[in-house]
Design a protein around this ligand. Structure first.
Ligand code: ZN
Length: 165
């Protein structure tokens, strides 16, 4: 269930239990249903809006394997293959002083990672599909965008457009 601030800005994803409880306690109102039912007479909301604004400090996306692969859209940044079994490649290898930073890591399939080995892309003659950057999206929007794109398309209209590309 998508939880919006009272200003309609997306805050986070909640379990349906927690969401229904917020509505029942009148701390949130239902903005949208998606046709699912809890019981025959009880529609399940898919978007709710809090009755007040919660201030959420901007938090950067954590540099984790999962988030690196999500940034690279589950695509090997060398050969372009989509896979659920990607590794993280240090562009400048760790052993040669390459650091763990958003700009120096990319998702890579096992074959490309193995082929590149302990070399730079230039030495291995392997081109990156694009230059890796730090994601600009705040961390609380990361899951919202992922869910909105994969299954809850009704959430998309609540997400600022700049985070949807
Ligand atoms: Zn590859």
């Amino acid at each position: 269930m998508l939880v919006l601030n009272s200003s309609f800005y997306p805050l986070g994803v909640s379990s349906w239990r927690k969401g229904v409880l917020l509505v029942w306690k009148k701390k949130a109102e239902v903005i949208e249903y998606n046709g699912h039912f809890l019981r025959d007479d009880l529609r399940l909301p898919c978007v709710i809006r809090l009755d007040r604004n919660i201030f959420l400090p901007h938090k950067d996306v954590a540099l984790t394997r999962k988030n690196i692969i999500a940034r690279d859209q589950n695509t090997c940044q060398y050969c372009g293959k989509k896979s659920s079994n990607l590794t993280v490649d240090h562009i400048i290898p760790k052993s040669r002083g390459g650091e763990l930073s958003w700009e120096n890591v990319v998702a890579a399939c096992q074959a490309c990672n193995l082929k590149k080995g302990n070399r730079t892309p230039e030495e291995a003659n392997m081109k990156l599909l694009r230059l890796p950057r730090k994601p600009k999206i705040p961390s609380n929007l990361l899951d919202i965008v992922r869910f909105a794109k994969s299954q809850y398309h009704e959430w998309i209209k609540y997400i600022p457009k700049k985070y949807l590309s």
